[in-house]
Design a protein around this ligand. Structure first.
Ligand code: HEC
Length: 196
């Protein structure tokens, strides 16, 4: 759906959206206001996506932490862009019977019985993020736990088994919101399966 140009610069808040919804309903009733109606539905979906992405803590793993004066803080200049390509990690500690998995200081790389996973770039960068993904690729990836919706299994700690319970509409909303983020070029390292 296309965003109405008059609305593209509106800063989205819940209250402004409610107002938009109300305004477009009035226009819908009173004129041939189809584009305005379409735009308000679109904005509703984006706002719902923002709400879901925030409430489900996607940024906890997909936005890298950096050192702050009182401990680690999210590096918002890299919001949702996944494990930073320029961060070199030492080999993970050895697991024992008590401690079976580990997270890197950035909280974007994880080592465990599944191997080593790196949180992906969820920004719409076409080469390194979700830019070329279709909505259906995203929905299928989260619903089936398959990389890009078709390939290898998506590994922990990506919580797709829980997220797969979301409705397709909610997943579409999340994807639409993710596509409004500033694209950040960051090529996340490939998944490393456990050594045999
Ligand atoms: C606990 C950490 C964690 C949380 C929370 C998390 N992710 Fe992930 N995510 C990961 C890791 C790690 C990977 C890489 C997994 C792999 O390579 O197998 C990943 C991969 C992905 C992928 C790529 C899947 C693919 O096809 O390769 C998408 C899309 C994604 N996450 C979306 C989300 C969204 C949306 C949320 C919030 C609703 C979220 N993630 C929350 C850790 C997390």
């Amino acid at each position: 759906m296309k965003t109405h140009p008059a609305l593209s610069s509106v800063i989205i808040t819940w209250s402004s959206l409610r107002r938009l919804g109300a305004v477009s309903l009035i226009l819908w009733g009173g004129s041939s206001g189809l584009p305005v109606w379409a735009a308000s539905v679109d904005a509703d979906l984006t706002a719902r996506g923002a709400y879901l992405v925030t409430a489900f803590g996607c940024a906890d793993c997909h936005t890298p932490l950096k050192p702050g004066p009182h401990g680690p803080v999210p590096d918002l200049s890299r919001a949702l862009s996944g494990h930073p390509e320029n961060v070199q990690l030492s080999p993970p500690p050895k697991a024992d019977a008590s401690w079976t998995w580990f997270g890197a200081a950035t909280n974007t790389a994880f080592a465990g019985p599944w191997g080593i996973t790196y949180a992906s770039n969820l920004t719409p960068d076409p080469d390194t993020g979700l830019g070329r993904w279709k909505t259906e690729d995203f929905v299928r990836a989260i619903k089936t736990g398959k990389h890009v919706g078709v390939a290898r299994l998506i590994m922990p700690p990506m919580p797709w088994p829980a997220l797969s319970h979301l409705t397709e509409d909610d997943l579409r909303a999340m994807f639409q919101y993710l596509h409004t983020l500033p694209p950040i070029r960051n090529r996340v390292p490939d998944y490393q399966p456990p050594s045999p």
